[in-house]
Design a protein around this ligand. Structure first.
Ligand code: PLP
Length: 377
């Protein structure tokens, strides 16, 4: 049986999510905006999903704006915030390790005339509080930093950013991409002091194509799309009710964060122990990184893309080389960490979920050992 260890790319939908999508597709298929009973029933399911996502985030349900995923949520956050704050300043502070959807949106905003500061990580992918403090000034209108990095698992000090914004008297909104944190770390936008938070369903065993932007009550950003009353005009268009219901069901089915985290930490340590016995293997992920992600250098002559393909075709072990969205391009995260070309070119990301077992770790480690023996550096 295949071993799926690419859970930062996407997760297997849970039974609850599949059932919810199926129910919306086959029985509760009305347009949530329609005034008849079919529409009212669909609208009720949307409300339940909104409540479920809000419960996980510890926020109010009308602070949740459904989108097609976190790429859209990130774009809405960055462009929407900058459009709303344009007159208050010109600086955007972000990091060099963000997801492509933030990196590309910031690049585009820079072309439009905003000043973009991209904070570089250390060799473990960490960025210090003092780096943020040094970059935020009284002309900063947006700070956008992810909570957990999707390639390396580093945990950024996003709980300190609100204080920095206040200290610097910046007019900034604070956005954080919490895609890899949702269901894995106990957090709430309120406790983080965040104005805008992006999340997505398919990283928590929900369907692909549904996500949300949390917008703190009273915070004003401008919409990017126009044409309907849905999502309070912030994200108009008929809601993807099956996917959103699946998102809600996956959120409601999330197990206890601490218990799941302890189990995943156990798997991560076990795999580290097994891989540590292979000559030349190096761990790019810090010991303090999220246990859900293990980025590792494989000593072989093959490049990471080929390692990933070999693991898949010969051993049915599914991992990835960096972010799935980059589709095999060189990792901007490993490059920003200034790892040597040798390490950056031959590293893979192994990522866990609650469905993984110790047996998965054993199969994965044995396959990697075999590759290093058959195709040495
Ligand atoms: N942000 C992070 C950190 C991610 O890992 C991902 C998914 O790869 C995204 C954003 C994009 O999410 P979506 O696939 O829902 O657009």
């Amino acid at each position: 049986m295949a071993v799926y260890l690419d859970n930062s790319a996407t997760t297997k939908p849970c039974r609850e999510a599949v059932d919810a999508v199926n129910y919306m597709m086959t029985e509760n298929y009305g347009n949530p905006s329609s005034l008849h009973s079919a529409g009212i029933e669909a609208a009720k399911s949307l409300i339940s999903a909104r409540e479920a996502v809000a419960r996980v985030l510890g926020c109010e349900k009308d602070e949740i704006y459904f989108t097609s995923g976190a790429t859209e949520a990130n774009n809405l956050a960055l462009f929407g915030a900058c459009a709303a704050k344009r007159r208050a300043g010109n600086r955007i502070v972000t990091t060099a390790v963000e997801h492509e959807s933030v990196i590309a949106a910031a690049d585009e905003l820079e072309k439009q005339g905003f000043e973009v500061i991209r904070l570089a990580p250390d060799k473990h992918g960490n960025i210090s509080v003092s780096d943020f403090a040094g970059a935020v000034n009284d002309k900063t209108i947006l700070v956008s930093a992810m909570y957990i990095n999707n390639e390396i698992g580093s945990v950024l000090p996003v709980d300190k950013i609100r204080r920095i914004i206040e200290m610097k008297k910046a007019p900034a909104l604070f956005h954080t991409d919490c895609v890899q944190a949702l269901g894995k770390i106990k957090f709430s936008p309120k406790k983080l002091g965040a104005d805008l938070v992006s999340v997505t369903a398919h990283k928590i065993h929900g369907p692909k194509g549904a996500g949300a932007l949390y917008i703190k009550k009273g915070v004003r950003i401008l919409p990017r799309t126009f044409g309907g009353e849905q999502e309070k005009r912030m994200r108009p268009g008929t809601e993807a009710s099956p996917l959103i219901a699946g998102f809600g069901a996956a959120a409601a089915a999330l197990p206890d964060i601490q218990a799941q985290g302890a189990a995943v930490k156990g798997l991560n340590s076990y795999l580290r122990e097994l891989l540590g016995k292979i000559d030349g293997v190096e761990f790019n992920s810090d010991e303090n990184a999220s246990p859900y992600i293990l980025n590792v250098y494989i000593p072989t002559f093959m490049r990471s893309q080929t390692i990933v393909q070999e693991l898949s075709s010969k051993y049915e072990v599914y991992v990835s080389n960096g972010s799935a969205c980059a589709k095999g391009k060189k990792s901007h995260v490993l490059a920003a960490m200034r790892l040597s070309d040798e390490v950056a070119d031959k590293s893979i990301r192994i990522s866990f979920s609650r469905y993984n077992t110790r047996h998965d770790c054993e199969v994965c480690a044995a396959a990697i050992k075999d590759i290093t023996e058959k195709h040495p550096r």
